[in-house]
Design a protein around this ligand. Structure first.
Ligand code: HEM
Length: 416
């Protein structure tokens, strides 16, 4: 078959160091030159960069599949290149199989279910800030502990081991593949998570409790209970979804608020503005920058010819700065409304944890502004993730602030 012409793009690679240095600029260039572009990086893939294309593709799961397919090797197909992770339900299923699993997940992530977690969120936000508040200096990346501890406790696991879950799940998406920390996560921490979570599922089968894992054990999928493997698959996805994304959102927001003191003061003076501000932070910082699909059949799509098996990267981050959709897209306007960003994705796979993510982000930013209102970031020493292709954010954000007083009980009370 004759090679189809592909709209050219100059050496786009969302995992490259150049991209990590300026993802916003790379996507701006892509959108203006060729919003649906082909790149030869990583075996070749389409990059969808404008709002309309990402919108259309994410709602057409018949043509753009999230499932694992043979093409390009086995592995998690919603990232490029495919990653050697465990199978994750429901993110790797297409409709119709997808639906009954997603319904089960929705039951534990609905707004009403998440509201019940408010005291847990507040306890951990208070506790993690207590750990540093008397010192006057800290690494603001400490906030990564909050979503990890909340998620782990919500599932009924031991929250005092939150760091091991961060080391496993967050490191896999933020450290360069092959680096010592990546290999440690893959070879030591991920197997530990699997062993611990599987033992937890077995224990809850014997003795159910009031937690999300027990809710999954009670749930029916197509008239039968789920197997341990299915439940493990969901739990691992919830842990990996819950741990890194919210930390990425909060750390980027806090750095920006330091750089924009007048906007920080507005939020300190009127914390009620945080609801709308967080939507703008989601839009401009897009913690999950881009995820992938596999094309299921030959088709015309927005002026290009797709072929069955082609891989496609849907960039939520780029869509979120499309000037065709957002006025002055590069201006961070904490009062922007309406704000139809796609930071949580779109279509059937739209983030199941959006209510939890928002609740944790608001609690964290709100309490940092309240208790450490004069924090100063040492911009020369902040360490961004070396790879910003899938997840954007910072490893380290050294800061100073006027010390304050502890408020709460110990973060993890000693076990009797
Ligand atoms: C700011 C925080 C968050 C962001 C930006 C975010 C982003 C996303 C995005 C873009 C997707 C779409 C995936 C796709 O289309 O392939 C997604 C899916 C998902 N997220 Fe989140 N997420 C966040 C927080 C969370 C939290 C806290 C949890 C759970 C504890 C979570 C669990 C999930 C799950 C289970 C899915 C898969 C849904 C499905 O396939 O039906 N996320 N998330």
């Amino acid at each position: 078959m004759a090679e189809q012409p592909r709209c050219p793009v100059t050496a786009f690679d969302h995992h490259s160091a150049e991209h990590a240095a300026d993802p916003v600029g790379a996507y701006r260039k892509l959108r203006s030159e060729c919003p649906v572009a082909w790149t030869d990086a990583h075996g070749g893939y389409w990059v969808l960069g404008d709002y309309a294309s990402v919108f259309e593709a994410s709602r057409d799961d018949d043509l753009f599949s999230s499932a694992r397919h043979e093409s390009g090797g086995d592995g998690l197909a919603i990232v490029i290149p495919k990653a050697p992770t465990a199978f994750h339900i429901p993110i790797e299923l297409d409709p119709p199989q997808f639906r009954s699993y997603r319904k089960i997940v929705n039951n534990v992530t609905s707004p009403a279910a998440i509201r019940k977690l408010d005291p847990v969120i507040d306890r951990f936000v208070t506790g993690f800030i207590d750990e540093i508040i008397e010192t006057g200096e800290a690494d603001l990346a400490f906030v990564a502990g909050v979503p990890a501890a909340v998620t782990v406790e919500w599932l009924g696991l031991d929250a005092s081991e939150y760091k091991r879950y961060v080391d496993a799940m967050h490191t896999l998406v933020s450290a360069p593949p092959g680096s010592p920390e990546y290999n440690h996560a893959k070879d030591v921490e991920v197997p530990w998570v699997e062993k611990t979570v599987r033992a937890h599922i077995a224990a809850r089968r014997e003795n159910p409790a009031d937690d999300a894992t027990s809710a999954f054990l009670k749930a029916d999928v197509d008239g039968r209970p789920m197997t341990d493997d299915e439940i493990y698959s969901i739990l691992e996805l919830l842990i990996s979804g819950g741990v890194g994304t919210t930390a990425s959102l909060v750390t980027q927001s806090l750095v920006w608020l330091y750089q924009n003191p007048a906007e920080r003061q507005r939020l300190i003076d009127d914390p009620g503005m945080l609801d709308i501000a967080v939507e703008e932070f989601l839009r401009v910082f897009s913690p999950t920058q881009a995820l992938a699909r596999t094309v299921t059949r030959d088709a015309e799509f927005r002026g290009v010819h797709l072929r069955a098996g082609d891989r496609a990267l849907l960039s939520w981050a780029s869509a979120n700065r499309d000037p065709g959709q957002f006025e002055n897209p590069d201006t961070v306007d904490i009062t922007r409304w309406p704000n139809r960003h796609m930071a949580f994705g779109l279509g059937v796979h739209r983030c199941a944890g959006s209510h939890l993510g928002r609740a944790m982000a608001k609690a964290m930013i709100g309490q940092v502004l309240e208790r450490m209102p004069d924090y100063e970031v040492d911009l020369d020493r902040i360490v961004p993730y070396p790879d910003q292709g899938t997840n954007a954010g910072y490893h380290s954000i050294p800061c100073r602030f006027t010390p304050g007083k502890r408020r709460g009980a110990p973060l993890f009370p000693a076990k009797s």
